[in-house]
Ligand binder design. Structure first.
Ligand SMILES: *[C@@H]1O[C@H](CO)[C@@H](O)[C@H](O)[C@H]1NC(C)=O
Ligand SMILES: *[C@@H]1O[C@H](CO)[C@@H](O)[C@H](O)[C@H]1NC(C)=O
Ligand SMILES: *[C@@H]1O[C@H](CO)[C@@H](O)[C@H](O)[C@H]1NC(C)=O
Ligand SMILES: *[C@@H]1O[C@H](CO)[C@@H](O)[C@H](O)[C@H]1NC(C)=O
Ligand SMILES: *[C@@H]1O[C@H](CO)[C@@H](O)[C@H](O)[C@H]1NC(C)=O
Ligand SMILES: *[C@@H]1O[C@H](CO)[C@@H](O)[C@H](O)[C@H]1NC(C)=O
Ligand SMILES: *[C@@H]1O[C@H](CO)[C@@H](O)[C@H](O)[C@H]1NC(C)=O
Ligand SMILES: *[C@@H]1O[C@H](CO)[C@@H](O)[C@H](O)[C@H]1NC(C)=O
Ligand SMILES: *[C@@H]1O[C@H](CO)[C@@H](O)[C@H](O)[C@H]1NC(C)=O
Ligand SMILES: *[C@@H]1O[C@H](CO)[C@@H](O)[C@H](O)[C@H]1NC(C)=O
Ligand SMILES: *[C@@H]1O[C@H](CO)[C@@H](O)[C@H](O)[C@H]1NC(C)=O
Ligand SMILES: *[C@@H]1O[C@H](CO)[C@@H](O)[C@H](O)[C@H]1NC(C)=O
Length: 590
């Protein structure tokens, strides 16, 4: 059986353009009455308190701080997945696999507060669900320096004729905002964003002496670890601590689509592909930067085949390189999709050999060389989709934000970033950060390294305080008449928010309500489309290989010709494009 792991969900909708007509939305969308305002900052309906963990539900009371704790039904985080609401249209489910319920309550509270920050500035029309696991990565493969990772739970190519792009891959959280009628459809993955946070990173940094001086008696999780929580016994954050909410927000951004498909898949030492080819081919052949690939494995442990390159993520549509011949990375992605191989030529070594010498290969090599140099890649902003975008009306924003410099430099071609843990190698996340220089600006959230020793409030106060003037924006309150002026002070800086709005999110500063505008984009068709197995496959073919492959398939010997090499198939690998190994899903409405 051939395992085809990496196709893309395609939603095929009939009459889908109707869904975007405002009058249809008027009659079908329950979210309508909130469509003109974002969640107010002091909204009391979404959270009962800012510092307790009681959440919005009375079903569980993990810390037992309420009077009803005298019950035989004691709640244990480690055995339960908590499903709760953090804010309007933002649910989360938390599995805190740590045997210390009060500690997990701190974790949950941090998550809730981070999601609340997010909900203040991103306008969601369809409810999304954030799936968070807090656990020791060492249970599966250690990565102590990794704080966690965030990815879209699934991704889609949208079927529209106008508005949203037809040719790039959308993270589920965003796809859902555009295709609202599918809210309850089986097409969607159960959660929209998957985040895993690493308890080992916390434990690595515990100061036991200090923990004892704070009253820790030796049982449970000691305080003073890497993450600082709002409800920690000391209100002061240590120099080596990072605000937990900051980590959650950072990973959330990746899961919402702050993620690139371009990477050195054959070069990065954390990439399983490298292990398949590194002793079989000359190193110079492997120094290429490409989009993610269509690949499959014959039988569970058989040879690996690559037929061609996949569409790139919506994030990648806006990348421009300083190298003139590579400037339009979106076009470059289309060009890459014109190269493909079939049958034995698709065997990974043959694929790379035949790739050599093509125009695509020349570009892939140039990209590798260019990306080895810092500040050579930019995220270029599209014109805001609405005329009253604060990015057009506010003089400071209009003058400041035309593009963002992304993180490049040799490190991005071969390094362990926070998403690079051994169980979920995803080289594609390498360039999904902004340049380090933003670490002293309001856009600090998405630099590669986390700023230590300051709480989120301290960071935002400092960064926004350094601006020449406050960033004021208007919102229309729920009765559709009163205009309220606010200062933008979100930890999701204006530049980061602008990247999200360029990808399609409706935000506090550019509120589009997801009503499509713009001219039709032509559907790109590559002669390779058929070769890449983009056709309909039998449903559920090995749909569970995610879990079935996660065990002992590292280190199985695979031989080809005279060379044998290790196959390291990681469950998520390649899932820059598809986290679960799902096949193309043709879905017809009506
Ligand atoms: C929120 O609750 C606090 C006290 O719990 C109250 O002072 C404040 O007025 C409330 N805000 C709104 C908008 O209801
Ligand atoms: C939650 O509270 C409501 C009203 O206070 C009550 O009707 C409901 O039974 C409670 N649920 C649980 C699970 O205790
Ligand atoms: C629960 O409450 C009852 C009376 O309110 C008390 O007698 C009992 O000791 C309590 N049990 C525990 C475990 O606190
Ligand atoms: C939480 O949600 C998930 C997925 O929707 C579901 O599988 C699980 O049973 C839910 N758990 C609870 C306690 O409701
Ligand atoms: C969960 O925690 C409870 C006590 O808090 C403990 O008895 C149980 O063994 C823990 N389970 C796991 C799977 O760690
Ligand atoms: C949530 O994430 C965990 C770990 O990534 C996964 O095992 C679980 O199936 C996910 N649940 C849902 C509902 O997506
Ligand atoms: C240590 O403190 C915890 C509460 O933080 C308590 O439950 C436990 O009984 C204490 N253990 C000892 C040995 O004092
Ligand atoms: C990025 O924007 C700056 C102005 O803010 C401009 O000078 C620069 O040329 C832009 N770079 C690219 C690659 O568009
Ligand atoms: C911020 O980034 C610069 C490089 O641009 C680096 O030298 C500096 O150490 C970083 N600052 C912090 C606090 O991480
Ligand atoms: C922006 O313009 C749209 C109509 O184009 C309007 O519905 C919306 O309320 C305006 N937003 C603000 C903040 O003025
Ligand atoms: C916004 O910031 C300015 C300057 O810091 C301040 O004067 C003003 O009161 C603030 N406005 C609001 C609504 O907080
Ligand atoms: C399977 O993995 C376990 C540890 O994860 C290891 O002890 C065992 O030797 C492996 N078996 C094979 C056949 O590789």
């Amino acid at each position: 059986m051939k395992r085809s792991l990496h196709s893309i969900h395609v939603l095929l909708l009939l009459f889908v353009s109707l869904l975007l007509l405002p009058h249809i939305i008027n009659t079908t969308s329950v979210a309508l009455d909130s469509s003109h305002h974002l969640l107010p900052r002091d909204d009391n309906t979404t959270t009962s308190s800012s510092t307790t963990s009681s959440g919005t539900s009375n079903t569980t009371n993990p810390t037992g701080t309420h009077s009803s704790s005298n019950s035989t039904h004691i709640f244990h985080y480690n055995q339960t997945t908590v499903n709760r609401t953090a804010a309007f249209n933002v649910d989360y489910q938390l599995n805190c696999k740590v045997n210390d319920d009060p500690f997990c309550a701190k974790v949950e509270n941090g998550i809730r507060l981070a999601l609340l920050e997010f909900a203040h500035v991103i306008d969601l029309k369809t409810k999304i669900n954030i799936n968070i696991t807090y656990h020791s990565f060492c249970d599966e493969g250690c990565s102590n320096s990794s704080y966690g990772f965030g990815i879209p739970s699934s991704q889609f190519i949208l079927p529209f004729d106008t508005g949203p792009d037809l040719n790039h891959v959308y993270p589920q959280a965003l796809a859902k905002q555009f295709v609202r009628s599918f809210d309850s459809s089986s097409v969607w993955a159960a959660s929209d964003v998957t985040i895993e946070l690493n308890h080992d990173a916390y434990m690595q940094s515990v100061d036991y002496g200090k923990a004892e001086s704070l009253g820790w008696n030796g049982t449970g999780i000691p305080p003073t670890g890497r993450f600082w929580f709002m409800d920690d016994p000391t209100s002061n954050i240590n120099e080596d601590q990072v605000d937990f909410r900051y980590v959650v927000l950072h990973e959330l951004m990746h899961g919402l689509g702050f993620l690139s498909s371009w990477a050195a898949y054959f070069w990065s030492s954390t990439s399983p592909f490298r292990q398949l080819v590194e002793n079989a081919l000359d190193d110079s052949l492997l120094k290429v930067v490409t989009p993610g690939m269509y690949w499959s494995v014959l039988e569970n442990y058989g040879p690996t085949f690559i037929t061609g390159f996949q569409s790139t993520l919506i994030f990648d549509k806006f990348l421009v390189s300083t190298q003139p011949s590579l400037a339009n990375m979106s076009q470059l992605g289309f060009h890459m999709q014109e190269f493909c191989q079939q049958d034995t030529q698709a065997f990974i070594l043959n694929f790379i050999n035949s790739f050599q010498g093509t125009p695509q290969y020349t570009n892939a090599v140039s990209l590798f060389d260019t990306m080895a140099t810092p500040q050579t890649l930019f995220f270029d902003f599209a014109t805001p989709a609405v005329a009253n975008s604060t990015f057009l009306t506010n003089a400071y924003l209009a003058a400041t934000y035309h593009n963002m410099t992304l993180l490049t430099g040799s490190a991005v071609l071969d390094t362990q970033l926070e998403q690079f843990d051994q169980t979920s190698s995803r080289p594609g996340t390498a360039i999904s950060h902004v340049d380090d220089d933003y670490n002293s600006t309001v856009d600090f959230l998405m630099t590669k390294g986390f700023l230590m020793g300051q709480t989120l409030e301290q960071l935002t106060d400092e960064m926004y305080g350094a601006l020449p003037s406050a960033i004021t924006y208007s919102i229309i309150t729920s009765n559709h008449s009163i205009v309220e002026h606010r200062n933008y002070t979100s930890p999701i800086g204006p530049g980061i928010l602008r990247m999200l709005d360029t990808m399609g999110y409706s935000t506090a500063l550019t509120n589009t309500s997801y009503v499509a505008t713009g001219s039709p984009s032509a559907k790109f068709r590559s002669s390779c489309d058929d070769i890449n197995d983009n056709g309909v496959s039998s449903s559920n073919d090995d749909a569970d290989s995610n879990s079935s492959s996660s065990g002992n398939n590292t280190g199985s010997a695979v031989s080809s010709g005279s060379t044998s090499f290790a196959l390291a198939l990681h469950p998520y690998f390649g899932s820059v494009l598809v986290p679960s190994p799902l096949l193309l899903l043709s879905f017809f409405l009506l």
